[in-house]
Design a protein around this ligand. Structure first.
Ligand code: GRF
Length: 200
């Protein structure tokens, strides 16, 4: 640090993050926004979608982030293409945000301890799809979201952070989803910062 410099860039190496999406990309947008802060320990350098028409691709490009679609249906072909894109961008952390393909054990192993996901329930409750309707049907009083490391089992990896929301008497799956989404947008940037700060 230069003597006499009162403020300047933080003395940390920001981890290079890719976000994998399939749709609207609202969580991706919150990660991009959070990473604008100069003291945030990560930067979003790439967005990858498995759907060419994902709205999140446009949001990422408008924010100045490289964004590509990898649309191969065959999983090995798709994962090889994603890995090429991640390696070309020197990515260190992969954040799944509404990415709707299940990744192979090989892919998960390649990114072990560097692959995270956000899931709209308080895991281990309600892994899989339709979490809000299932939480209502089960009469839950609390619901929420989880950021976890990805392992070979779907929605099973170690929890990094969770956020709770109340379930209200007149909730529908849509109103509950909207409340959980607000919590997701607060939780994911904090959890990604924790993961980035933990890595060497
Ligand atoms: C979020 O609810 C996320 O938890 C789930 O899929 C949704 C994606 O929404 N995995 P968005 O694309 O981030 O807006």
């Amino acid at each position: 640090m230069t003597a006499g410099l009162i403020s300047g860039p933080p003395d940390v190496a920001r981890k290079r993050v890719a976000v994998l999406i399939s749709g609207r990309g609202s969580n991706m947008a919150t990660l991009i926004e959070a990473a604008r802060a100069p003291d945030y320990p990560a930067e979003v350098v790439l967005v990858v979608s498995n759907k060419a028409d994902a709205g999140g691709l446009l949001i990422a490009r408008a924010a100045g982030v490289a964004a590509v679609a990898v649309t191969a249906k065959d999983k090995p072909t798709m994962e090889a293409a994603i890995n090429r894109a991640l390696e070309a961008a020197h990515v260190e952390i992969v954040a799944l945000a509404g990415f709707m393909r299940i990744l192979s054990a090989d892919f998960v192993q390649r990114w072990q301890a560097r692959l995270i996901n956000i899931h709209p329930s308080l895991l281990p409750a309600f892994p899989g799809l339709d979490t809000h309707a299932r939480a209502l049907a089960a009469g839950m009083k609390r619901h929420g979201c989880t950021v976890h490391y990805v392992t070979a089992g779907v929605d099973e990896g170690p929890v990094i952070a969770q956020a709770e929301v109340p379930v209200l008497a007149d909730d529908t799956p849509a109103t509950l989803a909207a409340r959980v989404l607000v919590a997701e947008h607060q939780l994911y940037p904090k959890a990604l910062a924790m993961v980035a700060a933990r890595l060497p």
